[in-house]
Design a protein around this ligand. Sequence first.
Ligand SMILES: Nc1nc2c(c(=O)[nH]1)N[C@H]1C(S)=C(S)[C@@H](COP(=O)(O)OP(=O)(O)OC[C@H]3O[C@@H](n4cnc5c(=O)[nH]c(N)nc54)[C@H](O)[C@@H]3O)O[C@H]1N2
Ligand SMILES: Nc1nc2c(c(=O)[nH]1)N[C@H]1C(S)=C(S)[C@@H](COP(=O)(O)OP(=O)(O)OC[C@H]3O[C@@H](n4cnc5c(=O)[nH]c(N)nc54)[C@H](O)[C@@H]3O)O[C@H]1N2
Ligand SMILES: [Mo]
Length: 741
Amino acid sequence: MPRAAGGLGSLWATMRHLRRDSGVVRGSKALLAMNQARGFDCPGCAWPEPPSKERARFEFCENGAKALAEEATVARATPELFAAATVDELRLLGDFELGQLGRITHPMILEGRTYRETTWEAAFRLIADELRAAGPDRSMFYTSGRTSNEAAFLYQLVGRMFGTNNFPDCSNMCHDSSGVALSEVVGIGKGTVSLSDFEHADLILVVGQNPGTNHPRMLSTLREAALRGATIVAINPLREVGLTRFSHPQKPLDLLGGVALAKHFVQVPVGGDQALFLGISKAVLEAELSASGGRGGVLDARFLADHTDGFVPWRAHVLAMPWETIVARSGVEEAEIRALADLYVGSRNVIACWAMGLTQHKHAVATIQEVVNLMLLRGNVGRPGAGLCPVRGHSNVQGDRTMGIHHLPRPAFLDALGEVFGFEPPRAPGVDTVRAIHGLEDGLLRVFVALGGNFVSAVPDTERTMRALERTALTVSISTKVNRTHLYPGAKALILPCLGRSEIDEQSTGPQFVTVEDSMSMVHRSQGVLPPASEHLRSEVAIVCGLGAALHGSSRVPWRELAGDYAEIRDLIAMVVPGFERFNERVAAPDGFQLPNPGRDRSFSPIGGRAKFTIATPPELALPPGRLRMMTLRSHDQYNTTIYGLDDRYRGIRGERRVVLMNTADMAERHLIERQVVDLISEWSDGERLAEAFIVVPYDTPRGNCATYFPEANGLVPLDSTADRSGTPTSKNVIVRIRVR
Ligand SMILES: Nc1nc2c(c(=O)[nH]1)N[C@H]1C(S)=C(S)[C@@H](COP(=O)(O)OP(=O)(O)OC[C@H]3O[C@@H](n4cnc5c(=O)[nH]c(N)nc54)[C@H](O)[C@@H]3O)O[C@H]1N2
Ligand SMILES: Nc1nc2c(c(=O)[nH]1)N[C@H]1C(S)=C(S)[C@@H](COP(=O)(O)OP(=O)(O)OC[C@H]3O[C@@H](n4cnc5c(=O)[nH]c(N)nc54)[C@H](O)[C@@H]3O)O[C@H]1N2
Ligand SMILES: [Mo]
């Protein structure tokens, strides 16, 4: 990302001057409505809200408040502001500065190298014309997980009626590894726990996740569990502060020192989890063999016999794996692995939580399945107080998938869609994010449409993606704020500004609400309270409907009526998506409703009624000489590619994001000193990638590992370095070397 360049200071001064402030504080009223039954869902993470009667008056966290402030800003990126700079000039601004430009106020079209105001009707006409000219196979429809169920459902309908399954999604870079892994072994690509299960768990594993920053409301849940006596184990290369101690900002006594959360911290090196979990299972199996003369009692034999497949061959595989191999490949000592197994066996109800530390690896799917293997051993799936908990990122990323945003849709979903809307949906698989970038690069994908998100900065191989996007005939971004993707336009380009979650969505039949699905499959409503940032904004639903009408006409789908009354959209969803029967009626309940889950109810119906053990051999951790394994992380001051500030408070880093966190022994080996500026080079079969000027920060990481921030280091992630079977870029596992400047 460009940081400093000639003339930047004056450009920024001009831009700051032009971002029109109305001077009114918009935030506080909205905060009171956030995560309340009649308010709106926090645009931050997907951690569920407690039942409304138990909800605090303030059900939000510091980072939720920042997310809201970012959306409810009074700064405005007006047509005058856009007119003052070309896209090439705007590229000189950093991501933080781009965000500071504020909310986009008008639909904008690129003319020459500058965005100018346009009309909605002209924009829809242009998109429809360009889509028709390109054809369905040469068009793509990206989605980011903030989009509501209603908008997502209609968006996939527009694309599928057009004839494509090209729906790359932020999930491709996020929890797809969890989705693929869990669908195969428990029959649903979602978690199996509810929030109430945390009240009954006595062991909670938090693996590859930094909830203190990314899911702060989860800390309240962990705090309650810890106070009740549950054991929390953090498995992470970094000793994340938010995981070890937590002072609830709204519980005065906590300010005296906070509640100790994770009693056990396992400093697994990056990528060691698969072997670690296999090792824990091996120790559990050995305990079973030695218990009561081999007659066991350690395992849940009834569950294994009645509800699982593949236990016997898997057990043989695990017992045959030598401890030396497990220790070498996990980077964790045998005694520590055995201690974890003792904790596991000594706990009645266990919940395993994980996030990007497990999903963004080449072996992510196998790793998650190794977690499931362990959980199955004692029937810790589909039982109160126990289960699998992939903690989702974007607040409706799970719901978007449920609504059919998928490049590999289920045949039954397409059947229902085709039947309800009277067309033959495309059956050929679409492209995921990485394939989409190849398609753009090869000139095969000509039209890029994005419902939210910031494609260029979120995907791997930044420079390559920028060039690829510029090859298109048309780029369309449906956005709230200016981001880097807008600055790499195709031959033609549109920015369509939409309402945010926090804003009042007034349509012809009155104010509307939308629905979202949280990480635990609860579907509930979300309704904004703030006046829209500009009178020219349209809701995401209205924009998708406008596009549908321009592309398809209104004979088959009454786009205009749907945009006027979202309840009608929900009636259509109820006809297509299983679990949404009587949608409008059930979502009227204050807490909404929970979707059926064949993992939670132990029916495992989509995979023949039994959960599956999976056999895999963990990878070696060895690195070529002089190399480090790099993970890319979020700081405490960002929401993905949106940068709120330059500090990372819990990790003690201030004022700088171009940093590389290193073990002091790895620094000494390279004769590096604190704050030295270095370049990072990643290596892949297609060549090297360079990221210049990172400041070395000594940090408690395992030897051989280092860490940088996303998105600054995305240019180092090779496009084709992806997870087996899920295709997720390996953002937590990039081999780099360090070049002294
Ligand atoms: N405030 C805020 N909230 C957010 C987001 C945000 O950017 N800001 N993003 C949202 C989104 S989309 C998502 S997906 C989530 C992301 O939530 P997280 O997954 O918590 O986010 P990351 O910063 O990617 O952190 C991953 C954690 O995994 C650890 N880790 C890295 N590699 C390994 C490994 O090999 N093994 C293990 N065991 N651990 C490893 C890292 O040290 C780090 O603690 O948060 C969501 N919530
Ligand atoms: N190296 C590396 N790369 C990663 C990751 C990593 O850990 N490391 N994490 C990956 C993960 S987990 C994810 S989920 C992706 C995220 O990828 P994306 O979802 O594509 O990125 P975001 O930064 O969340 O998108 C921010 C943009 O969304 C728009 N926006 C905000 N609110 C709204 C709204 O209400 N409606 C609409 N239409 N637009 C809105 C704004 O214009 C804003 O600029 O990035 C991935 N990339
Ligand atoms: Mo994510």
